[in-house]
Design a protein around this ligand. Structure first.
Ligand code: 75Z
Ligand code: MG
Length: 214
């Protein structure tokens, strides 16, 4: 059954993963994305880079732009220390509905706040709505043409601090050329490219890690 891909993905999780076990949840999604139906999750290969950057940063408050079905939400939340929080922004209500169920199935719902709506509207409200001073870590994985405007918005809203780490997915495929130019040419960022592959494929893609210098 499951008429949409996110619904079929949720079914695969409910069928193949163990409730409360985040690792089994994102592994079931990887199996599905690799062997059943390609899906735009950050995936297992780039996921290992995400894991290593997260472990290094150990954020108390993290932001994810682009929840989709919650694959990276679960991947990030499982590595957060007790008391740490992840806010994830999703534009598409159908994606958000599935993501909530996948996040709950993984048992990480207490660490995650999923907010629905356009990132451009939600970012300026983050301080007042969630009592946030600034983010320690931001994962950009939403519409690629929103990476630059939303990064500028995070700066202008004072949501970045000296040392905040931005990690951007898909900087090669589908590509975020303006974003690469922005962070690589700005004196306010120290940027590094982690070469990898597009999820479940041999096409090159990679993650750009950019540290905000204040
Ligand atoms: O479009 C992508 N991801 C974005 C989904 C999303 N999920 N939520 C949003 C959102 C969330 C708040 C927003 N606020 C304003 N726009 C918003 C958009 N956007 C994406 C696409 C590909 C891809 C590669 C090769 C292909 F041949 C086709 C596709 C690979 C990836 O890893 C991706 O992440
Ligand atoms: Mg992506």
């Amino acid at each position: 059954t499951g008429s949409t891909q996110p619904q079929r993905m949720l079914e695969a999780v409910q069928k193949n993963a163990t409730k409360g076990d985040p690792e089994s949840v994102f592994s079931a999604i990887d199996y599905y994305g690799r062997h059943k139906e390609w899906a735009m999750n950050v995936g297992d290969e780039k996921g290992l880079i995400l894991d290593s950057v997260l472990t290094e940063v150990n954020p108390s408050i993290a932001l994810e732009l682009g929840t989709y079905c919650g694959y990276s939400t679960v991947r990030i939340a499982r590595l957060l220390s007790p008391g740490s929080k992840l806010i994830t922004v999703e534009f598409n209500p159908a994606f958000a509905a599935v993501a909530r169920q996948i996040i709950a199935y993984a048992g990480v719902q207490d660490k995650v706040t999923l907010v629905e709506g356009p990132s451009g509207d939600l970012i300026p409200k983050m301080k007042e709505r969630f009592g946030i001073k600034s983010f320690d870590f931001v994962f950009l994985d939403h519409w690629k043409d929103r990476y630059v405007p939303d990064t500028k918005l995070l700066e202008d809203c004072g949501l970045l601090r000296k040392g905040t780490v931005l990690l951007a997915d898909n900087v090669i495929c589908p590509g975020a050329p303006e974003y690469l130019k922005y962070v690589r040419n700005s004196p306010r960022y120290e940027s590094r490219y982690f070469k990898s592959n597009l999820e479940y494929s041999k096409v090159e893609d990679g993650l750009e890690k950019s540290v905000f210098l204040g």
